[in-house]
Design a protein around this ligand. Structure first.
Ligand code: 0RA
Length: 219
């Protein structure tokens, strides 16, 4: 059995605890009725996924910790959103006993902002969050640069396929979050991203959020 298969099996065993059942129900609800969360499962919903991810970085910019957001469309129609914010925290979430990163990525509505307390960053009105994008992606990778370390976790259909790993070092002054996702072709009628739709949306966001540089690269 591969390390990944072992990890998935362990997680499935852990999921019998009450708190984890809630997590699974959350993201399975998104896969069952995706349109309820992202509007539709066609071209509009597909592009909405990008806004959901970028919105988290915009929040970080509005909180004053991020002044650069880069978006890339990959040749395989994967999307990369990279910001230079504080990085999603990776320490253990006190209630769920999992890395905060895993909670943000796998709990519906957790977004970047937990219920109350220390993780509350901004109080604005936002979308359904990056966990929905995770639920609707056949592959997602979250990378966090924080405190001199680079952390990474991967997911498929919203479920982690690895633990949060330290994959390298970075300079203390290098911090931020990178989300790479590939939309699930069994959910969307098309998984082909349109440069013009995305660049128009990103231009609007860049205009509304002075100081944030949004760039998009056709690769
Ligand atoms: C909660 C707390 C902190 C950062 C974030 C969320 C955060 C989330 C996202 C999602 C995309 N980019 C992000 N950047 C930051 C920081 C809490 C702290 O450092 O004290």
């Amino acid at each position: 059995m591969s390390e990944e298969e072992k990890y998935i099996e362990e997680q499935e065993e852990k999921n019998y605890s009450a708190s984890n059942i809630q997590v699974l129900e959350g993201l399975e609800a998104v896969r069952k009725r995706p349109a309820m969360y992202i509007g539709d499962t066609h071209i509009k919903g597909l592009h909405h996924l990008v806004s959901e991810v970028v919105d988290n970085s915009i929040d970080e910019a509005l909180a004053g910790f991020c002044n650069r957001i880069d978006v890339f469309i990959g040749e395989d129609n994967s999307i990369t959103v990279r910001d230079n914010g504080r990085g999603i925290p990776v320490d253990e979430h006190e209630k769920l006993h999992k890395s905060a990163l895993e909670v943000v990525m796998t709990v519906l509505h957790a977004g970047g902002k937990f219920d109350k307390g220390s993780y509350k960053v901004s109080g604005g009105l936002h979308g359904v969050g990056v966990s929905c994008v995770n639920a609707l992606s056949d592959y997602l990778r979250a990378e966090v640069r924080r405190g001199g370390k680079v952390y990474m976790q991967e997911y498929s259909l919203g479920k982690p396929t690895s633990e949060v790993k330290v994959i390298g070092d970075c300079k203390d002054e290098d911090h931020g979050t990178t989300i790479i996702f590939h939309p699930d072709g069994s959910i969307f009628s098309t998984t082909v991203y349109d440069f013009n739709i995305l660049s128009n949306r990103l231009r609007d966001l860049a205009y509304l959020n002075a100081g944030v540089t949004l760039s998009r690269h056709p690769r």
